[in-house]
Design a binder for this molecule. Sequence first.
Ligand code: SF4
Length: 452
Amino acid sequence: MQNSILNGKTYFIRTFGCQMNLHDSERVSGLLDSLGCLEVSGPEDADIVIFMTCCVREAADTRLYGQCSSCKSLPAPPSGRRVVAVGGCIAQRDGEGLLKNLDNVDVVFGTDSIAHVGDLIADVFESGGSRVRCIEGDTGVATDMPWHRATSYHAWVPIMTGCNNFCSYCIVPYVRGREKSRSFEQIVDEVTGLVRAGVREITLLGQNVNSYGRDSFGSPRFAELLRAVGETGVERIFFTSSHPKDLLPETIDAMAEVPSVMPQLHLAVQSGSNRILKLMNRKYTREHYLDLIERVRGRIPDIALSTDIIVGFPGETEEDFEQTISLAQEARYAQAFTFIYSKRAGTPAAEMPDDTPREVILERFNRLVKVVEGTAYDFNQKDLHTKVPMLIEGTSKKDPGMLQGKSPKNQTVHAPVPAGANPAELLGRIVDVEVDTAKTWYLSGSIVGDMR
Ligand code: SF4
């Protein structure tokens, strides 16, 4: 068998970017495990080093170049030969070009070519040289590959890849291609298998999950999918990302009616100014967005709403920015991922006049962060002196004596490790925490009742 050369080789994967990339890394890892490779915790011990890249932000390119170069100074691994591979969005975008810019890279594989990574790496070990495979639609959503989950209780479940939206600042549709939905049956079967294997929480993944099924059925079937996945018996369902223009009333109904769909919604707004939303090609207005939130809150009053916001989009005026501030206040976000606009070559926004001084953008960014911190703090106060079910994910990085987990609203929760308990044995258990402290980014309290 061609890949037997990989048997016993050690590998290390570094992942940049979004959950889709994390999941792609799980697939690469599962594939290498199935070929007899062993995962190690650092590049220095690895015969195979893989970088799973993201090109949404410019800094990601710089980090990749830095990390790849630093591999050159590592001592040789036990086998004497180290193969460096680059996958993910930058690989899909740059293909062969990466080999010119990074002289120690041996393998480049695209987002749709994960199933071939074992063969590509084995070829390099056997015959030297470099290998590139970046074909859009090559193996589609790699569903039948073995995969190695980072945890036994949570799983990422991709339901679609690609995006049709072409927001003017975003490179994703150019590198991940158009929307491709997995079949309904495949997804439900996968979740059923995960539940049988002991998984309690899943996150359905896609660039725009609300439009799931449009490519194969002519109209979105995400609401139907949520209901079917709810029937599998999985205890907690999260999903990301949702585009506001595609969030349909039937999806809001399914979120409200399926008990395992958690009261959390990530709805990226990007800007509160209609003028900027138009320049961004987002295809909704602030009024539509706020109306959607109203409707969601009408059905799920305690929903934890999170969002993405870009500050400093080309041409953003103070008036535009104030619209963003007022929207963030009205939306009362539980969490917001705020970004300073970063130009991506090849997108329409990269050609737009952009003369706002950096210090003005930074000042706006800091103002927005304060507003979001305020709404997040207020949101968490509502859970003070209530019982919150925490799914235990480990211990706090700052204090190993504190368990850390997640609430149904995706809040971070802390509680002391019970006397005599080994935290490693509590991973994936659910327990109620009586909240006595509610801060901006976490809740903490004491455990009440039994572990479930
Ligand atoms: S919806 Fe817009 S921002 Fe999101 S992936 Fe698609 S093009 Fe990019």
